[in-house]
Design a protein. Structure first.
Length: 122
């Protein structure tokens, strides 16, 4: 049990460190990603007001037909393209990427690359 507590503590510290650095260094909206074992979600947040500007999730009904039959990395790519399109509709072009405690590889990288291809800059 002690090992699990230490693991969670380190994960929380990484997450808070990255988020603090992003908030300190930029005034851009923050693109925050959340990765679980089964699902992936992301949202663009305006930290000045605390509002979510746009969001996508692998559990949403709007993209369920696009994600059917794909593996987790392909789903993350589809969500990145979807979020990029939503952000463009709202007039958002530049964001600060907040990967949380996740490392920048696999699904997180696939999502980021697809969002960049859709027009987001970070």
């Amino acid at each position: 049990m002690r090992a699990l507590q230490l693991k969670n503590k380190k994960r929380l510290r990484r997450k808070q460190s990255i988020r603090a650095r992003i908030r300190r260094d930029t005034t851009l909206p923050r693109l925050s990603v959340n990765r679980t074992l089964k699902h992936f979600s992301a949202q663009i947040i305006d930290d000045a007001t605390g509002n979510t500007l746009c969001a996508v999730s692998s559990t949403g009904k709007a993209v369920a037909d696009q994600l059917a039959g794909k593996n987790k990395t392909e789903r993350a790519k589809a969500l990145g393209a979807e979020l990029g399109a939503k952000a463009k509709e709202k007039g958002i072009e530049k964001v600060a990427f907040d990967r949380g405690a996740s490392s920048f590889q696999g699904r997180v990288k696939a999502f980021a690359d697809a969002a960049r291809e859709a027009g987001l800059q970070f």
